[in-house]
Write a protein that binds this ligand. Structure first.
Ligand code: SF4
Length: 396
């Protein structure tokens, strides 16, 4: 970690404390089966006690509302709500409805609410998706990953491409057009052409938002055990990078804006909920393993449903983010976004000049960033896209 000599010389507090809270994430920790690469916290849905989970959500929300009142924080009606997991469609429809009713009652929704629910393209859970839509969900994030059935099987997904197409058809019949799909690259046995064929199908289906992720071997996952010592079984690094750049180019050629390192969208369809994260605005979170950031504090809930049920507040981990840390996070996250790091926006957010001149100069000299005179911001170069982590660590 670098020694920032001037890190204590700033006055004021983390602006996240005084921002109004307008976003909420709910983690549904149940899946039909664990995918080989997945590090998200979930348990087998056959073991789930849904009533207990619902009571846990109610209790945690009550505790958070008490804390918000105690600290005199501004909680507004929600502008974004994201129900993710796990597999939200694994909930019974009445539990889904009860959760949404609870949030509506206790916090409320604005008229411009972006309400996303994650859906797996499995032939189950359609009634739950319908229940969510009838109660206000207006955006679906659909776990596509790849077009090729043999790759879906390799990574442990339960769906086929036919299931994906059928779920997509139903979602559109239910009236949802704001759809995001996840696409994975760097998978075992995956070729560049597979990735482009997968992307092509999404473009032909007119999916307005696409998130594209490289496979990451997370410790503790099945894939970590299988491939960590056998990286030769995965696409070589230069192939993986070629996949990324080819995707970026392909999407841009087809009318998508790349607005974040792993996300592109048709105009007007960017994820407002995620944009909130990337601009360090506050968000609440409910459910085991869920992370929130408000009142200048990051909170990580217990990665165990039992611990979370026993006492969601006491069993969570907290980290107070001071003003300088907030500045560091702000600049790092700004480089994730294609709009880049704007000194003017920094000034508006923090009420003072940014303290990172020497870090920016260093990155400019390395050719990892450039200054865009039209946007008046620093942005990643082509090379910076490949070495984004090197850019981020410059600020810590
Ligand atoms: S369905 Fe999603 S959350 Fe569940 S194991 Fe697979 S990738 Fe992870």
């Amino acid at each position: 970690m670098k020694d920032f000599a001037n890190s204590n010389s700033f006055s004021g507090s983390n602006p996240n404390i005084s921002d109004p809270i307008e976003s909420l994430y709910i983690h549904v920790p149940f899946c039909t089966r664990k995918c080989g690469y997945c590090d998200y916290y979930s348990i087998n849905s056959e073991l789930a006690n849904f009533d207990q989970y619902l009571s846990g959500i109610e209790l945690e929300l009550k505790a958070i509302l008490v804390e918000i009142a105690k600290n005199d924080l501004q909680l507004n009606k929600l502008k974004t709500l994201y129900i993710g997991g796990g597999t939200p469609s694994a909930l019974p429809p009445d539990v889904m409805t009860s959760i949404i009713d609870l949030i509506k009652r206790e916090i409320g929704f604005t008229d411009v609410l972006e309400f996303t629910i994650e859906v797996n393209p499995e032939p189950v859970g359609h009634q739950t998706v319908l229940a969510a839509i009838e109660n206000g969900a207006n955006r679906i994030s659909l776990g596509y990953q790849a077009k090729q059935d043999h790759l879906l099987e390799t990574i442990g997904r339960l769906h086929t491409n036919i299931d994906f197409l059928e779920t997509l058809r139903l979602i559109r019949v239910y009236g949802i057009n704001n759809i995001s799909c996840d696409l994975m690259f760097g998978l075992p046995d995956q070729r560049l052409n597979d990735v482009l064929q997968s992307a092509k199908q999404l473009i032909e289906l007119d999916i307005p938002h696409i998130s594209f992720y490289s496979l990451i071997l997370e410790p503790g996952t099945l894939f970590y055990h299988k491939y960590n010592k056998r990286p030769d079984l995965l696409p070589a690094e230069e192939v993986e990078r070629a996949m990324y750049h080819s995707l970026l180019k392909f999407f841009q050629q087809n009318g998508y804006d790349y607005y974040e390192l792993s996300s592109c969208s048709k105009p007007g369809f960017y994820s407002q909920h995620n944009y909130n994260y990337w601009t360090t605005k506050p968000y609440l979170a409910l459910g085991p393993s869920a992370h929130s950031y408000y009142n200048g504090t990051r909170k990580g809930n217990a990665r165990s449903i039992n611990k979370w049920l026993a006492d969601p507040e006491k069993n969570a981990e907290y980290e107070k983010i001071d003003l300088f840390q907030a500045m560091q996070e702000y600049v790092m996250l700004a480089f994730r976004l294609s709009e880049g790091f704007s000194p003017q926006k920094f000034n508006r957010r923090f009420g003072q000049e940014h303290p990172f001149t020497s870090e920016l100069d260093h990155l400019l000299k390395q050719g990892l960033i450039y200054f865009d005179p039209i946007r008046m911001s620093y942005r990643l170069t082509e090379r910076g896209l490949d070495f984004a982590n090197q850019v981020f660590i410059e600020f810590v």
